[in-house]
Design a protein around this ligand. Structure first.
Ligand SMILES: *Cc1c(COP(=O)(O)O)cnc(C)c1O
Length: 390
């Protein structure tokens, strides 16, 4: 009997090592990794620059605590501020923690404006994490069921519906912020178009609300932009990062600008591990490599190759509802639940994911090549055809 708590329905495979976009299991079988540990392994596996950066950091100092200055953390904050045009960074260790910080900030902002019961507008099909506040913000009943009472202070609206947001603003004077993913990941790769992004910014400016972008999955170059909101050129007041930032080393960040900056003082928030030298070395190596190797352009090019390849290979196949993506965040929506495809792909040496029951989700490393894209399409398209023909 396993002593692991039963929180994941794990596939019957364990990987011993990785090389670039490939993972190898205990029998030596190799798998093309089109998931990157859910958008985490930005630079693929065993990347020399990352390995060097974290080895060197480990050999000097791993952890000192935030009771002291951490030069690597200051450097990484400078980099994130420069890339986003934002002002201040709080480091933590995961996406839900980054969002917790964002939610606390929004409430704090509300209280400063004498709003005693601040509320945050959140979206249907959103995913913000599994801590109590973030699962309450998440728009999926399955994530919440059994954990009531939920944290209050969230108002839910349909995704991409500016009229619904305006309607809330008309009668609810406790609203202090809108929180959303510019590309919903767990929700099924749903993409906020430029017009909606700009309207969000406009209504937040009109009403003095904070715009909070959860960039935990779509940030760090994955969409072809450093951050999903840069698609439309709007700038949020708060953004959160995690998954891809450390290429596999746990790190999260809550980033603020303008009126969301300068709110917290010592004692308002903290993290023991957050932004330790090791995690920040991984973050810096990740950002440097994305920049030096033009991996954002690569994400656009290779993402298009995958989408176009799948569209061609599945043209006219009944049961394919939509193939959509932005950069290397790709969803193939079918007309039926398709969780079984994950195991079939695994047998075929391919790592994929299914989310929102009917959406095949692809989140390859930013180092994926067009050749890798070809291999992915050749492996995946026949599996989808066969699955739909059953
Ligand atoms: C994964 C994810 C989270 C939660 O991140 P954890 O590191 O698992 O806590 C939050 N928001 C989005 C958009 C995510 O994709």
């Amino acid at each position: 009997m396993s002593h692991l708590m039963n929180t994941y329905a794990r596939l019957p495979v364990a990987f011993t090592h990785g090389e670039g976009v490939w993972l190898f299991d205990e029998t030596g079988k190799r798998y093309l990794d089109a998931l990157s540990g859910i958008a985490v392994s930005t630079l693929g596996h065993n990347h020399p620059r990352l390995v060097r950066a974290i080895s060197e950091q480990a050999a000097s100092v791993l952890h000192t605590s935030n009771l002291y200055r951490i030069p690597r953390q200051e450097e990484l904050a400078d980099r994130i501020a420069a890339l986003s045009g934002m002002d201040e960074v709080f480091f933590c260790n995961s996406g839900c923690e980054a969002n917790e910080a964002a939610i606390k900030l929004a409430r704090f902002y509300g209280h400063k404006k004498n709003i005693d019961h601040p509320e945050i507008i959140v979206m249907e099909n959103a995913f913000h994490g599994r801590t109590l506040a973030t699962l309450s913000a998440t728009g999926n009943r399955k994530t919440q069921a059994g954990f009531e009472p939920l944290v209050t202070g969230f108002v839910r609206v349909p995704y991409k519906n500016i009229a619904a947001i305006r309607a809330v603003g008309e009668h609810n004077h406790n609203v202090v912020a809108i929180m959303l993913e510019m590309v919903q990941g767990e929700g099924g790769i749903n993409i906020a178009d430029d017009a909606f992004q700009r309207e969000l910014r406009a209504i937040c400016d009109e009403r003095g609300w904070l715009l909070i972008c959860d960039e935990v999955q779509c940030g760090i170059g994955r969409t072809g932009h450093w951050f999903g909101f840069q698609q439309s050129g709007v700038k949020p007041d708060i953004m959160t990062l995690a998954k891809g930032l450390g290429s596999g080393v746990p790190i999260g960040a809550c980033v603020t600008a303008g009126r969301a900056a300068g709110l917290f003082a010592p004692g308002n928030h903290g993290s023991t591990f957050g932004g330790n030298p090791l995690a920040c070395a991984a973050g810096l190596a990740t950002l440097d490599e994305i920049e030096d190797k033009a991996l954002r352009d690569n994400a656009v090019r290779v993402g298009a190759a995958i989408c176009n390849g799948m569209r061609e290979a599945l043209a006219g196949v009944a049961g394919v509802v939509d193939i959509r993506g932005r950069g290397l965040m790709i969803g193939i929506e079918l007309d039926r639940p398709c969780g079984d495809l994950v195991r079939q792909a695994l047998e075929a040496g391919l790592l994929i994911n299914v989310t929102a029951e009917r959406v095949i989700r692809l989140l390859p490393a930013l180092v994926f090549t067009e050749q890798d894209a070809g291999a992915l399409v050749s492996a995946l398209a026949p599996l989808v055809r066969k699955f739909l023909a059953q």
